[in-house]
Structure formats: C-alpha cells, structure tokens
Ligand binder design. Structure first.
Ligand SMILES: Nc1ncnc2c1ncn2[C@@H]1O[C@H](COP(=O)(O)OP(=O)(O)OP(=O)(O)O)[C@@H](O)[C@H]1O
Ligand SMILES: [Mg+2]
Length: 457
C-alpha cells in the first residue's frame, strides 16, 4: 500500500518540486495551497504524512497543526520554517510535529524526513490497532450461544477466517447479530490490523452510495469538490461490510460486480484503475432470492457475495441461549450501572424461554439494560418483565394451550352448523365447500362421531 503525503504550501513551485521528488520515491502526493484547503484534504485523502509550511496566506501553520492533531492523532507532520525562525519550530515540536526542516533544505533532507515519518506512522498505526484490539477483547465482544445453530455459526466463522478473501453473506432477522458476526470475521482474521469499513446500503441514495464506496476525482460532478477516496480504497488490506445490501441500486450492483471480478475499480470521473485487496462481507435481513426473481437484485452478484453464507436463526429458535445471553447482559449492565444483578428466577426464566422475541437479541439486550437500570436486587424477577413478555405466552408455555389450526376449523364449522340450525347443505354453502366436503370434515374432526370427542351443540 502506497503512503500518501500532503504538501501544504502556498508556493506552487515548491509543491511541484516536492511532488516530483516524492513520487519518484513511490509516494502518492496531494497538494494544498492554504491552511483551510489543507485541513479539507486531511479529511478527504487521509494522508499518512503532511509537509506543512509554517507561513500560509490564510492562517499560520501552528494553528493548522493544532487542528490536524485533533482530527487525526496518527498522521505525521513535518513542518517547514523560514531560516532563523527557531521559535515556531520549537512550538511545532511541542504540538506534536515529528520533524522540522529549515528553508532552504536539500532534496535528501526532505526524502529522509518523509521516510522516517512514514515509518513512524506505520508503527504508531500498528500500536493503535493493537491497543484497540486489546480493548475490544477486554470489553468482550463475544458471540454468546451454545445451541446447535449457534455452534454452526461459530464453526463457520472459524473456517472463514482462515481464508483471506472469501466473500461471506450473512442473513438473519433484525437484531440477530449480523453485525456482530461481521466484526468477528474481521477481527479474528489476519486482516485485523487493517481497517474494517461498514456501510449501510439503505442509507444512501443511488449515486451517493457509489460515491461513498468508490470515491471520486476532483470535480467529477457538480458539488464533487476535491478528490475523495471511497471506502473500498480506504479499507485496502481490510474488510468491507456491506449492510442491508438488498437496497443497493442496479448501477452500483454492476460496479460492485465488476470490482469483485477484477479486484480493481475507477473512482467516479477517474481513468486510473486502482487495485485493492479486501474481503467483502455482506448482510441482509431480507430474502434476496425474491428480489432476484423480481429483478431487483442481480443473481450473478448474489452468487459472488455468498461464497460462504452464514444464517443467524431467530432468538426463539436457540433454546437456552436466551438465558445464557440474558445472564451475559445482566453482568454487562450490572458492571456498567454498578448494580448487583446475578441471575434470573426460575419463573422469569420460564417466561423468557416462551416469549417470541420479535426483536431478537437486540430486544433481549435492551430489556435487560432497562431492568438493570431501573430495578434493584440480585435476581431478575417475574415482576421486572414488561407486559409483552409476561402477557402473551406462547405454545411452548404449557400453562396456556393455544388451539391448533384443526381445532379452529372444527370450532368454526360447529359454529356455522349451529347458526344453520344443523342444516348441512346451508352450512356447506356458507363455508364455501360442498356438502360432501363438509361431511368429510365433520367425520375427520369427529364432530359426527356420537361415541365421543366434541359434540355439535
Ligand atoms: N450471540 C450474541 N452474543 C452476544 N451479543 C449478541 C449476540 N447476538 C447479538 N448480540 C447483540 O445484540 C445486538 C444486536 O446485534 P446486531 O446489531 O449485530 O444485529 P443485526 O443482525 O445487525 O441487526 P439489524 O438487522 O437490525 O441491523 C448488539 O448489541 C449485539 O452485540
Ligand atoms: Mg445490523
């Protein structure tokens, strides 16, 4: 991966000569002629090294340096000072510049300074990623669950992270943990040192998503402004997580497909092919197959995305995982809110196991957060559960037996027969079936059977 150097200097000749020298050394070079433009570029191109002149037309170099430090704590800044201006060189070093050069400087000086700065950046970056990774492990982004389907999910993740570029497609209802799995794939793979970039395809309009993913050249379209690198480029070496991929427009799908096939792309309005090495993880809570049938999603793209697919079952199909998760969240929020919740009473546990959890793990997590925040005690009790969990119990809770479809049909037939005063021909007409059909149903549901079972009242 090439490092990018941003040269902030109002003199075009200096920018040009520095560009030439650094390009020869294999750097990508961007220029800015004012402090304001420089700050914009820090945001849009995310350089690793900045060469900053202390004297700028719109502002002084020190205040630019201060802002740069706030925006990006890792970027390395080399300041250029006028001959004899020791004071601002000292100030700049205090503010975190990595080096300074006095005018006039030699070509070799600048090459050495940039080389050292790029090296420092790489080390600082690695350290920073390592710390963040440690922190994440420490805060425990674990995937909880020992049920059969979750074991399968974990097995698949383990296999997938052994490969570097295999695309993964994650499906599952809202709140089942798709994002969690995508993060696990990134952070447990050898790509963990490089960035994970996430984009929600449903939150961008058509062309904006393409722009977000692939970036654009300076002035590629009205309002395009300066060059902007897209996420695909920024996460080189890492993982791109395309959330809600079903909402991607057809033109963007075509561009993504091309990218997957060739592993390179052009920025919007650009001519140069840019190659990057990334893994794509896509997720959807919708059934893409029906979008494919109706022509809203390309099947060729679908098959490239789902080289491996991981399905996350709804929470109520994971058995006792509900309680494992609930205890996990109890601990998490007890720590956070300094409470002492440790377990769940058997009554509450029974209800939680029989509830349908339409919002899946997210709903459970939110519920536990609310309980731990609002209630006190050591155990989560029946009374702590909200009405929707405590109220409508479902089939697996044997204290309330729900009717089967056959029972509902039999009850309905009995009711119609009663209204028709037992006249089977009239009842059959009302039910929209033949008289013979009605008799058949009556026999099957044993309504005709005098010996026992249900009787028509
Ligand atoms: N198996 C699990 N173990 C621990 N936490 C989980 C698990 N599954 C989900 N969570 C937590 O539940 C919440 C919802 O998960 P996540 O955001 O990954 O769901 P999602 O499938 O991406 O949902 P959506 O489709 O709505 O975006 C998160 O806080 C996540 O950390
Ligand atoms: Mg999500």
């Amino acid at each position: 991966m090439k490092n990018t150097v941003l040269v902030v200097d109002d003199e075009i000749l200096i920018r040009k000569s520095l560009s030439r020298v650094l390009r020869e050394k294999g750097y990508l070079v961007e220029g800015a002629s004012t402090g304001a433009e420089g700050l914009e570029k820090v945001e849009s191109v995310r350089p690793q090294v900045i060469i900053l002149d202390m004297r700028l037309p719109d502002t002084d170099g020190l205040s630019v340096l201060r802002k740069v430090r706030q925006m990006d704590s890792l970027v390395q800044v080399i300041v250029i000072t006028a001959y004899g201006d020791v004071q601002s060189a000292v100030e700049a070093m205090k503010l975190g510049a990595c080096d300074f050069l006095r005018k006039p400087y030699e070509k070799e000086d600048i090459e050495m300074a940039v080389e050292a700065a790029a090296r420092t950046f790489r080390q600082a970056n690695e350290l920073d990623l390592y710390r963040r990774k440690e922190k994440r492990r420490y805060t425990g982004e674990e995937i909880i669950g020992t049920s059969g389907p979750m074991k399968e999910v974990r097995d698949l993740i383990e296999k997938v992270v052994r490969s570097q570029a295999t695309s993964v497609f994650i499906t599952g209802e809202s709140g089942t943990g798709k994002e969690l799995v995508a993060r696990a794939i990134h952070y447990r793979s050898d790509r963990a040192q490089a960035p994970l970039m996430e984009v929600n395809c449903s939150s961008f309009q058509e062309t904006l998503l393409e722009n977000e993913l692939f970036g654009h050249e300076r002035g590629a379209f009205t309002d395009a402004g300066d060059l902007k690198k897209g996420l695909v480029e920024l996460c080189d070496g890492g993982t791109l997580f395309l959330d809600e991929v079903a909402d991607m427009s057809m033109p963007t799908q075509a561009k993504l497909l091309r990218f997957i096939d060739y592993r390179n792309f052009k920025r919007v309005g650009g001519a140069e092919d840019i190659s990057v090495d990334i893994r794509i993880v896509a997720a959807s809570n919708k059934d893409l197959e029906s979008d494919i049938r109706t022509g809203r999603f390309r099947s060729d793209l679908y098959f490239r995305l789902k080289v491996v697919s991981i399905h996350l079952p709804p929470l109520n199909e994971r058995g006792d995982d509900v309680l494992l998760l609930a205890r996990h969240f109890l601990r998490e929020f007890s720590r956070q809110f300094q409470k002492d919740f440790r377990d769940i009473t058997p009554d509450a546990a029974r209800l939680m196991l029989s509830y349908r959890w339409p919002g899946n793990v997210r709903e459970l997590r939110n519920l536990i957060e609310r309980v731990v925040l609002l209630e006190d005690g050591r155990q989560l009790e029946l009374d702590h559960l909200p009405a929707e969990v405590a109220g409508r119990r479902l089939a697996s809770d044997h204290s309330i037996a729900l009717p089967t479809l056959a029972q509902i049909e039999a009850d309905h037939i009995a009711e119609v027969l009663r209204l028709a005063a037992g006249n089977k021909s009239r009842a059959a007409r009302v039910l929209g079936i033949s008289r013979q059909g009605l008799i058949e149903k009556l026999r099957r549901s044993r309504l005709l059977d005098e010996g026992g079972g249900r009787q028509v009242s």
